[in-house]
Design a protein around this ligand. Structure first.
Ligand code: SF4
Length: 392
C-alpha cells in the first residue's frame, strides 16, 4: 500500500526526477508514490516473534520492513523468516558487512552505515568493502541504502568541517554514492538522519543539491516517544516533501513492540496531510524547551524495560520542561555510547544496568530502579549551573 500524491496539489510537479530503485515489489524514485517503512524491534533470532512483527507492520500498511542482522544466528533466523513472509524485506547491517553475502538471497535491500565499515578488518579500505557489498547486491538483484547517521559518522570525516556536522554527513553520503557509481551500481538510495529535524532538513537539501538523481529515504532518528516524536518527524517531512524531496520514509518512535504499527500510521497520516496541503504550525520555541530524544528500539535492545524507562524519563523530568536541555535515551551499546555524546544528559541501556552520561562523560552505571533518581540529581545540577552562569 502506498500513498500517491494527488495531482491537484502541485506537489507531484515539484517532485524531483530521481532514478527508479526497485525494492522487491515496490519501486521508489522517478515519481513513484512515497513508500512507507518501519523496522522490527524483536530479537531477530526469535523467528516467531519477528514474523509476527513483520505481519503486524504489513497489516499496518508497511511497504518495506527492515530487520537488523548482527550474527550468523540472525542470518539463519532470517532465512526462516523469509520462508514465512512475502513482505519486502530490508536488512540493517552493522559492523559485520560480510554478512551481506549470507543475507542477500533472502532480502530485497541492504542498508549499510558508512560509519560502521571501520570496525572490522581495519586494514582494508572502506571503498573495497563497499565494492564487496555492491557485488553481492548486484548478484542477487538487491537494492542498497547508504544510511548515514549523525551518531556514527565515518571517523575520516569527523572534525573535517569544523562545527558543521551536517557537512560531515553530506560529504560521507556523496563519497559513498560516488563509489557505487564508479562500481557501476546504481540501485541505491541515501538517508541522512539526525535527531534534530533542522539538521535533517539541511542535510537532505544539501545532498539533493549535489545529487538530484539519487532517491532519498527520509527519517528523523531517535525522534522519541509519541506525540513529540511524530511532531519532530513532521517538522522535517513537511519541509522536505513539500519541496519535492523524499522517496521513502520512516517515522521512528519509541513504542512497545505491539504498537510498532503506529510508525506506519503516523507516516501515512503525515504524507496524506502534506498531499492535501494540511500543514501543522510548529511552536516557535519547540527546540528551545526540554527535548527528549529516544531510539525507536530494534532487535539490539538489551533490556525490554527500555521503552518503559524512556516513558519514565519523560515523567520525572517534566518539571524541567521550560529548560533547553536535551536528554537522550538509547536502547543498546551499538549506538548508545556514540549517540548520547551530543545530548546534555544521556542514558544507554545494558542488560542489567543503565549507563548515565553528562555530555560525553560517563557518570556511572546504575540499576534500572535507581537511575531515575540519579538522573534528576544531574538534571538539577545542570539547571543550577546554567542559572548561575546566566546571573554572572
Ligand atoms: Fe536499535 Fe540500539 Fe539503535 Fe536503539 S540505539 S534503535 S536498540 S541499534
Amino acid at each position: 500500500m502506498t500513498t500517491p500524491v494527488p495531482p491537484d496539489t502541485g506537489l507531484q510537479a515539484q517532485h524531483r526526477t530521481t532514478r527508479a530503485v526497485r525494492i522487491g515489489r515496490v519501486t521508489i524514485g522517478a515519481g513513484h508514490p512515497i513508500a512507507v517503512q518501519s523496522m522490527t524491534a524483536t530479537r531477530t533470532s526469535d523467528v516467531e516473534a519477528t514474523v509476527a512483527q513483520v505481519r503486524l507492520l504489513e497489516a499496518a500498511g508497511a511497504d518495506v520492513v527492515r530487520i537488523a542482522i548482527d550474527s550468523a544466528r540472525d542470518v539463519s533466523a532470517l532465512a526462516a523468516i523469509r520462508a514465512r513472509t512475502s513482505a519486502n524485506l530490508s536488512v540493517d547491517l552493522q559492523e559485520s558487512y560480510r554478512l551481506a553475502a549470507d543475507v542477500a538471497p533472502h532480502v530485497d535491500k541492504i542498508r549499510y552505515n558508512p560509519g560502521h565499515l571501520y570496525h572490522h578488518e581495519k586494514g582494508k579500505a572502506a571503498r573495497d568493502k563497499v565494492a564487496f557489498l555492491a557485488e553481492v547486491a548486484a548478484r542477487h538483484g538487491v537494492a542498497i541504502r547508504i544510511g548515514v547517521n549523525c551518531g556514527s559518522i565515518d571517523p575520516a570525516k569527523a572534525g573535517r568541517f569544523g562545527d558543521d556536522s551536517v557537512a560531515e554527513m553530506v560529504d560521507s553520503a556523496i563519497e559513498h554514492a560516488r563509489w557505487l557509481d564508479d562500481l557501476g551500481f546504481t540501485a541505491y538510495c541515501v538517508s541522512l538522519k539526525d535527531s534534530d529535524p533542522a539538521k535533517v532538513i539541511d542535510a537532505n537539501r544539501r545532498f539533493a543539491a549535489a545529487r538530484p538523481d539519487v532517491p532519498l529515504h527520509l527519517g528523523v532518528t531517535e525522534a522519541g516517544l509519541p506525540p513529540e516524536g511524530i511532531l519532530k518527524t513532521r517538522i522535517a517531512f513537511e519541509q522536505l516533501i513539500s519541496g519535492g524531496l523524499g522517496d521513502t520514509i520512516r517515522v521512528s518512535l519509541t513504542v512497545p513492540n505491539d504498537r510498532k504499527g503506529e510508525e506506519i500510521a503516523a507516516g501515512r497520516r503525515i504524507l496524506d496531510d502534506i498531499a492535501h496541503g494540511r500543514f501543522r504550525s510548529v511552536p516557535e520555541n519547540f527546540a528551545r524547551r526540554l527535548n527528549i530524544i529516544s531510539c525507536p528500539s530494534c532487535s539490539r535492545v538489551e533490556n525490554e524495560a527500555f521503552v518503559d524507562l524512556a516513558e519514565k524519563v519523560r515523567e520525572v523530568t517534566a518539571y524541567a520542561r521550560e529548560h533547553a536541555i536535551t536528554i537522550a535515551v538509547m536502547g543498546c551499546r551499538v549506538n548508545g555510547p556514540g549517540e548520547t555524546d551530543d545530548a546534555d544528559l544521556g542514558l544507554w541501556c545494558a542488560p542489567t544496568h543503565v549507563n548515565l552520561k553528562v555530555r560525553s562523560e560517563t557518570v556511572g552505571a546504575f540499576r534500572y530502579d535507581e537511575v531515575l533518581g540519579r538522573l534528576r540529581q544531574e538534571l538539577d545540577a545542570l539547571i543550577t549551573a546554567r542559572s548561575h552562569g546566566a546571573t554572572q
